[in-house]
Design a protein around this ligand. Structure first.
Ligand code: 2HA
Ligand code: ZN
Length: 280
């Protein structure tokens, strides 16, 4: 058996290809990390090299001590992941303190895990705790329609959530907790990681102004599907705004309450404010 035969590795690289095909990963843009299940780590353990030196993560994640992750490589291109996973991705192990990691497989031609490793691992730590261990995937992509919206909408959770919900009826069912928004920040460091992981306590989606999106989910399908749904709604909103600055009709606050009842979801009231001009 090779590491690349493992089902989780195939799911991981397929998600990279799916994102590339959507146009979300120009050059080396975007990154993906997956917290491996114990049985998946066990399956590939004989093929891992656990002798390499520990290196600092750049963040403290004691809640992830001893975990194994599959990660994309810094500077690697998503379009190449499926062709050569051993060059473009890695499996890393977190030490007992949650301060250090080591590469156990992959990045065979050199390199480091994604530059957003601190953000990814801090988000994983938050989501692991909040979801009772169910969330395993953190995905960052450069989604053009959502990025475009960060130039024209106020950078407020309430506005992004409501506007994006309004564009497709099933949105509030798919992300009932809403969307968080991060002002423009320098990528790749601890600061943006702290701000994003604070938002991830409330949301499964965070928009990074003028940069892209972060999504968290239980598996590859639902996490990719979440990113895809938000981005598609953003695309529809841009089409609407391009045609007319006002909507002739829309899904109203009352409609959302009816939807919540029918689909048994709780929609926070702060997203269901009245929009007089549009709802008359
Ligand atoms: O280039 O997307 O945010 C990788 C990134 C950094
Ligand atoms: Zn990015």
């Amino acid at each position: 058996m090779n590491v690349t035969d493992a089902k989780f590795v195939q799911g991981f690289v397929r998600m990279c290809s799916d994102g590339w095909e959507q146009g979300w990963h120009e050059r080396n843009g975007g990154n993906l990390t997956y917290r491996m299940k114990p049985e998946e780590a066990q399956e590939v353990m004989p093929l891992l090299d656990r002798t390499r030196p520990w290196q600092p993560i750049g963040a403290d994640v004691p809640g992830l001590a001893g975990e194994f992750f599959m990660v994309t490589g810094s500077g690697k291109f998503f379009r190449n992941a499926v062709l050569d996973p051993a060059d473009t991705t890695a499996i890393i192990e977190i030490d007992d303190s949650g301060k250090n990691y080591r590469i156990c497989w992959g990045l065979v031609n050199g390199g480091r895990p994604t530059s957003e490793l601190p953000s990814h691992l801090m988000n994983h730590e938050v989501k692991k705790e909040i979801s009772g261990g169910r969330h395993r995937v953190i995905y960052h992509a450069h989604t053009p329609n959502t990025i475009a919206l960060t130039f024209v909408l106020p950078l407020k959770d309430e506005v992004f959530t409501r506007e994006i919900w309004e564009m497709m009826t099933e949105c509030p069912v798919i992300f009932p907790d809403g969307i968080g928004v991060v002002d423009w920040m320098v990528p790749g460091g601890r600061e943006i990681a702290v701000v994003t992981s604070e938002l991830m306590k409330k949301y499964d989606v965070a928009v990074w102004a003028h940069h892209g999106m972060f999504c968290s989910g239980e598996d590859f399908d639902t996490t990719f599907g979440l990113m895809h749904t938000v981005e598609k709604s953003a695309q529809i909103l841009l089409k609407v705004l391009s045609v007319s600055p006002v909507k002739r009709q829309t899904i109203t606050a009352r409609n959302f309450r009816d939807l919540a009842e029918a689909f048994h979801v709780t929609l926070p009231e702060r997203f269901l404010y009245e929009k007089q001009a549009e709802e008359e």
